[in-house]
Ligand binder design. Sequence first.
Ligand SMILES: [Zn+2]
Length: 169
Amino acid sequence: MGEHVEDLLSAYIDHELDEKDLLVVERHISVCPSCQQELDHLKMIQEEMIRFYQDIEIPSMNFEKAVTAKILNEEVRMVLSYRGFIWFFVLCFAILSVLMYPLFRASFYVGINIGSALVNIFISAFNLAVSLLSTVPNLFGIIGVITFIILAFCSWSVFRLLRIKPVEE
Ligand SMILES: [Zn+2]
């Protein structure tokens, strides 16, 4: 019967044995129930593996679709939130205008008041952001960057607001 060939069985089912070892294995498993059983077991595992990878092949396509849908969804949501932001800003502006109506009435420089109201909003938001960030120590670099982002965002908001205003009227 010779020695058991368990160590060679994995290479055998992967067709990686040279002719000499192949002959040894084939001869041995034809007479050894133990190694035959081990071989069946290894083949079963291999089939399970193949089935497993085939199974995840189909969901992976679905996964791609799901990701694409998710990205599209995110884009739609970004556009919506962008619009939401613009409307929120317009609403804030309107409320502030109403609150500052006595000032408007008292002054001929309505435009300047609107401008200063906007500036006040920005400064408040900026101060809030800075005070929040200041609670975290040793992050001045990050604070600088975020400050720049906030300023850029505010400028951009005003730009958008100025562009959206004529459409409303
Ligand atoms: Zn054996």
